[in-house]
Design a protein around this ligand. Structure first.
Ligand SMILES: [Zn+2]
Ligand SMILES: [Zn+2]
Length: 318
């Protein structure tokens, strides 16, 4: 029987309707072939790109690089002036738009990055967040990656800094509350063990109660912290390890036509209810149409069956 479910952190509703008959392996599709290298992000092509804002190095070779997006959607030069025309409000395109390349290996998808590459990515994020925080006009950071049909064959993520005035909705509904809803939720999930895929002392991987996509994973640090760039090395390593171990499961389960990776983290202090996490969604063409429609998503798989399948896949790999 179908069921309305509300995500406890965002308040958003979805419909879980497993009677529509899908099984996790029904999503299986071959991965789109990666474009052959070398590409503009490959070693040796550095002169073609803007000067790096930061690098991760090992044995004298860069392992990860951050640089300004060559075709930025936002720039730091505008003043961010507001333009009002009756009920219409616009702001100049103030912000920052950067690319973070987590690997020098061409053709390795985001779901196959190593623990060290994820760790390097978080280290680059930390240094970019500290740098961008010096600009008091910037209020929010977004780190995300989309991979799938039509994307180039070199893994990368986009970092956007948004100015005050265009903040997107916070992921926490508990502003002003003394209890963090994410800590509360993680404790509940760990007690039930129904949607938990993997857990360790510092990080937990779970399928959310009311996901936005047929296959969705959250990687949540267990210790409360609002901002990813403030996380300790131990926590970052645990999250990196969880990503390196569980994201390959998505290949086995869903074949991943499109993967959306997103870091949800606060940039400025002041939201006691915020708790950083990584959200990974596999999109299907059908789900994309539903999201364009603005309607509440209908999930053809129960999150519990997805968690079962992921735990089984994890067990078969270890
Ligand atoms: Zn490349
Ligand atoms: Zn918390």
């Amino acid at each position: 029987m179908s069921e309305w479910r509300q995500d406890p952190l965002s308040g958003r509703w979805v419909v879980v309707a497993p009677e529509r008959g899908l099984r996790p392996d029904a999503l299986l599709r071959p991965r789109p072939t990666m474009a052959p290298g070398p590409c503009a992000l490959c070693p040796g092509r550095e002169p073609l790109l803007p000067r790096a804002l930061g690098t991760q190095e090992h044995d004298g070779l860069w392992q990860g690089r951050a640089f300004p997006n060559p075709v930025p959607a936002l720039r730091i030069e505008p003043s961010g002036a507001r333009r009002v025309d009756g009920p219409l409000v616009a702001l100049e395109g103030l912000g920052a738009h950067e690319l973070l390349v987590p690997t020098r290996r061409h053709g390795v998808p985001l779901t196959r990055l190593s623990r060290a590459e994820w760790g390097g990515l978080f280290a680059m994020y930390r240094s970019r967040a500290v740098d961008l925080a010096r600009d008091s006009r910037l209020a929010q950071l977004e780190l995300f990656g989309v991979e799938g049909d039509g994307e180039p064959g070199h893994a990368h993520l986009q970092l956007r800094a948004l100015p005050h005035g265009v903040l997107t909705a916070p992921h926490s509904t508990a502003r002003g509350s003394e209890v963090c809803p994410t800590c509360d939720l993680v404790a509940h999930e760990l007690q039930q063990r129904v949607r938990v895929v993997q857990s360790g002392p510092h990080a937990v991987v779970l399928v959310p109660f009311a996901p936005l996509a047929p296959v969705e994973l959250w990687v949540v640090p267990r210790s409360h912290a609002a901002a990813a760039h403030d996380a300790s090395d131990v926590v970052v390593d645990a999250v990196s390890r969880a990503l390196a171990e569980t994201l390959p499961l998505l290949d086995r389960l869903a074949g991943m036509p499109v993967v959306v990776w997103r870091l949800e983290s606060v940039f400025r202090p002041g939201d006691p209810g915020a708790h950083w996490r990584v959200v990974v969604r596999t999109a299907t063409a059908h789900a994309a149409v539903e999201s364009l429609s603005g309607l509440e998503p209908v999930l053809p798989l129960s999150p519990e069956s997805v968690a079962d399948a992921l735990r089984a896949a994890l067990g078969s790999m270890t």
